[in-house]
Design a protein around this ligand. Structure first.
Ligand code: BF8
Ligand code: SF4
Length: 625
């Protein structure tokens, strides 16, 4: 493979250097495995294969030359819709099960079973207690926190049949959900019902199936994910803007490097604490290292960078590249977006892959079970394993790219409000005046189908140039961090209106709002804007985009963002094109039902044009210039 072929894989110089390095060393990466998969299965790409029962697997002939029904009689519409609903259910389950773990951590912190955790944000706890009608008078924070956690737990099991956070949804939106019968009832319940409905011989009506997809998505966005965000803030602190450093250049040649990768902040918070202990630093020195560097990867990285001065090593397609540096003593993983390839690759280096969750074991990894009861102790054990591994590093194999970039992150809703002087009004006034044309949420993954980071960066740059404020989470936000778009100085790349606002507030034109569960923060900004203007969310000049999405979680996010009334552009094609009816419902029909729909556009410049056109239409309807 020549150099030019590698150049198409990423726009990030650090990644390109390591892709080249891996090729020289004969190491296989996701891009190579993607190539081996090509041409990918046409039935799979169109969503028209079904193996929901053992009369199958069945497939529909997309050209009309073969079967148009499975053995049971399911047609393309049913099969595509059922597959999509199962995908949403898996994504919602992943986010919400993460949420459940956070709820349980708060409960255990409150009851003393998780003694290493404590309530870091009393103000947020009190605000939530007020909102959720939990008595506070004369009560300890732990008692209040326990009550809040129990309220949340009841919502997973759906004792109540409704969500606390529905009170945050603007009334017109809730009326739409009620009329469609898609108000989520219970977080687990919607996932279970989705699985039930897609079982052989249950729901076959594609419209009915897609509606359950929206409800399942809503149970994630306004349920599981929102609990994850809110209670993580209570436990670990509500993010505030601060500086950090990104990209693989944050790894240190002369220090023990530990990467925390995955999604939940519970363990990584403890590792951050453990590496700062003098005994650990002393131990590292005794092994010949100058110190210990912890760097994040993917959403675990986002969780800790939002709250601490901890660098982020990279996003989804950089996880293998981190190992190729030869400078990582341990990659500690919990759940989600962890490539099974890591363990095989790590065998060629000295890196130890340490799995920690009973839910996610990896053959070849060292398993150090994590429990809240012994959280800090486990974190110390993991840090010790990493330190002991430092002398095994082959210094000749080390190749750390020099690229690193500063960023400012930590834009929780609370932080945005405080930057605006206490209310959303200055932002809304700017939108009304046309100084800012609208707000776009650019979120989601990397995917070797798209040049790494190209989708995210091109779209964000195109939008800010046109005076659209961009808010980001997940791997999209990490891409922007590496490209320098999260710095206030990046306002120079924005149009004159957005630039003036950013300069007067001292904020970047692209705001990092957290991990993927923190898209719930974006929902709250949308809801607050709609309430302040007395309109529905779908009336606002807002848009969502996932230029490089790959995960099932992203499909659940898409479902709840569209159901919330926000137009969403996808950069990679979802497997729905095998049914014209389903594709039309998602891209057009949904407009008449929930006031928003999906578009699919792989070229981020064209995606930006779609978003601008959409905002123009919404502005005109509101009578804005
Ligand atoms: O939850 S953006 S690749 S890391 S799924 Fe995964 Fe996608 Fe990254 Fe975070 Ni979100
Ligand atoms: Fe085939 Fe129907 Fe069974 Fe699916 S549910 S595998 S379409 S028979």
């Amino acid at each position: 493979m020549d150099k030019n072929e590698h150049a198409q894989k990423s726009i990030d110089p650090a990644s390109l250097a390591l892709i080249e390095r891996a090729a020289q060393e004969g190491k296989e990466l996701a891009w190579d495995r993607f190539k081996e998969q090509e041409p990918q299965c046409g039935f799979g790409l169109l969503g028209i294969c079904c193996r929901n029962c053992n009369m199958g697997p069945c497939r529909i002939d997309p050209f009309g030359n073969g079967p148009d029904k499975g053995v049971c009689g399911a047609d393309a519409d049913t099969i595509v819709a059922r597959n999509l609903l199962r995908t949403i259910a898996a994504g919602a389950a992943a986010h919400s099960d993460h949420g459940r773990d956070i709820v349980e951590t708060l409960l255990h912190a409150a009851t003393g079973e998780g003694a290493d955790y404590s309530i870091k944000d009393e103000a947020k706890l009190m605000a939530l207690a007020g909102e959720l009608n939990v008595p506070t008078e004369g009560r300890s924070s732990n008692d209040i926190a326990a009550d809040i956690a129990k309220k949340a737990i009841a919502e997973f099991g759906s004792e109540k049949g409704t969500f606390e956070f529905m009170a945050r949804v603007p009334q017109p939106r809730k009326d739409i959900w009620a009329s469609l019968n898609i108000l989520p009832r219970g977080i687990d319940r919607e996932v279970v019902e989705a699985m039930h409905r897609t079982h052989m011989g249950v729901d076959t009506d594609y419209v009915n199936l897609i509606l359950q997809g929206l409800r399942t998505g809503l149970s994630d966005g306004w349920g599981g994910s929102m609990w994850a965000t809110e209670l993580s803030d209570v436990l670990f602190g509500t993010p505030k803007p601060h500086k950090g450093v990104s990209n693989l250049g944050v790894l240190k040649e002369d220090e023990v490097n530990i990467i925390v990768h995955g999604h939940e902040p519970t363990l990584s918070e403890m590792i951050v604490q453990a590496v700062r202990e003098p005994e650990m630093i002393e131990l590292a020195r005794s092994k010949g290292a100058k110190g210990i560097t912890v760097a994040g990867m993917c959403c675990t990285g986002n969780e800790i960078l939002m709250r601490h001065d901890v660098p982020i090593a990279g996003n989804f397609l950089q996880q293998e590249l981190a190992i190729v540096t030869g400078a990582v003593e341990a990659m500690v993983v919990d759940v989600q977006c962890i490539m099974p390839a890591l363990t095989g690759l790590a065998e060629c280096y000295h890196t130890k892959i340490i799995s920690t969750s009973p839910k996610a074991k990896f053959p070849g990894a060292q398993h150090v079970p994590f429990s809240e009861e012994k959280a800090l102790e486990t974190a110390r054990e993991i840090v010790r394993i990493a330190i002991e591994n430092y002398p095994n590093r082959n210094k000749e194999k080390v190749f750390i790219p020099s690229e690193k970039m500063e960023f400012v992150a930590g834009f929780s809703v609370e932080a945005i409000l405080s930057a605006l002087g206490g209310s959303l009004n200055p932002l809304l006034d700017a939108i009304k005046a046309g100084t800012i044309k609208g707000i776009a949420a650019v979120v989601g993954c990397n995917n070797p189908k798209i040049q790494h980071d190209y989708g995210h960066i091109t779209l964000a740059e195109e939008l800010i140039k046109e005076d659209v404020l961009v808010v980001e989470t997940g791997c999209a936000a990490i891409a922007s961090a590496k490209a320098g778009l999260l710095l206030p100085e990046a306002a120079a790349k924005a149009g004159p209106g957005l630039r003036s606002i950013c300069e007067s507030l001292g904020i970047p034109p692209v705001l990092h709002m957290g991990s993927c569960v923190d898209i719930s923060r974006i929902l709250l900004v949308a809801a607050a804007a709609a309430n302040a203007l007395g309109v529905d969310i779908s009336d606002l000049p807002l848009a969502g985009a996932a230029p490089e999405w790959m995960s099932e979680k992203a499909v659940s996010i898409g479902a709840y963002v569209v159901a919330t009334g926000i137009f969403t552009v996808l950069g990679t094609v979802p497997p729905v094109l095998g049914s014209n009816n389903v594709a039309a419902l998602l891209t057009q029909g949904a407009n008449d039902v929930v006031g928003a729909a999906f578009a699919v556009e792989g070229d981020p410049k064209k995606a930006a044009a779609l978003i601008l056109e959409h905002m123009k239409g919404k502005r005109a309807k509101l009578g804005l210039p």
